[in-house]
Design a protein around this ligand. Structure first.
Ligand SMILES: [Zn+2]
Length: 270
């Protein structure tokens, strides 16, 4: 059994987690830049974080035979001060040259504020100018539908093909909109909030397996770095075929991510 976890924040996980993921069949992860649980006080803090994502984590993952790729941005939670956010965004182009950087992410909205939207639009332009893939964070709870629509409208105003954009943290009330507009959809498997493995299996049964993937979004909070293999077991328990299970946890992530020439798996994983 092999799988890809296309959204997980390994900087906040232990080395034991890499080992357990490798033992469960994980062959690759992609790690979007995110809010680290506290607001960083300077752009220099992001510079160090981007170095951690591009230099240190690929080496730590490689110890367990896992390929590590990353996405860079300023996350929406820290993007409400435009001057500060622009200082961070200005750091990104130099890192886009790194051979494990797949694109811009996870950008999006948190509280759906005007400043957040301005910085979202500027980061969409950055992706456009540098021909990068995009990974999108959608807000939680009651603002999710509104936030998802605002984000999709901002993306649709750009020239970027929606097939090169993945909208993450979809739920039952947003997944159809995302797929209908041509984007890819990501389901985040959390122990209590977002999607459980059971709800994710329900969504596959209702909406099919095209342009959709699952991820753990494991981070420093309550989350589970083995959520994807647990969802595979749930689908197996329901009698789904191995080819369908592989499609949503291995083939689809590989198809989307391979749009970046930098996404390469070794011979065993390919
Ligand atoms: Zn995340």
């Amino acid at each position: 059994m092999k799988y890809i976890d296309p959204h997980i924040h390994m900087v906040s996980r232990t080395t034991d987690d890499y080992q357990r993921m490798a033992q469960s069949g994980c062959i690759a992860v992609t790690e979007p830049a995110f809010w680290a649980g506290f607001d960083r006080s300077s752009a220099q803090g992001f510079h160090d974080y981007f170095r951690q994502l591009t230099e240190y984590e690929p080496r730590r993952a490689a110890l367990f035979g896992i390929r590590h790729f990353t996405w860079l941005c300023i996350n929406p939670k820290e993007a409400d001060d435009p001057a500060f956010a622009r200082d961070v965004v200005a750091l990104i182009p130099q890192f886009l040259k790194c051979d494990t950087v797949l694109g811009i992410g996870e950008i999006g909205l948190n509280k759906n504020t005007k400043n957040e939207l301005i910085i979202l639009e500027e980061q969409i332009r950055l992706a456009e100018e540098h021909n990068q893939l995009i990974l999108v964070h959608t807000p939680h709870l009651e603002d999710k539908r509104k936030g998802t629509r605002l984000i999709m409208d901002a993306l649709s105003a750009s020239s970027i093909d929606p097939g090169r954009i993945l909208i993450d943290h979809v739920e039952e009330h947003t997944v159809a909109d995302v797929l209908d507009r041509g984007f890819w959809a990501g389901m985040t498997l959390y122990p209590d909030t977002k999607m459980t493995p059971q709800r994710a299996a329900d969504v596959i049964e209702m909406y099919g397996s095209e342009r959709i993937w699952m991820n753990s979004a494991g981070d420093w909070g309550c989350s589970d770095p083995l959520a994807v293999p647990k969802a595979r077991l749930e689908m197996k328990r329901r009698g789904h075929s191995l080819s369908l299970i592989d499609r949503v946890t291995l083939d689809n992530p590989r198809t989307f991510l391979s749009q970046s020439p930098k996404f390469r798996l070794d011979a065993e994983g390919a």
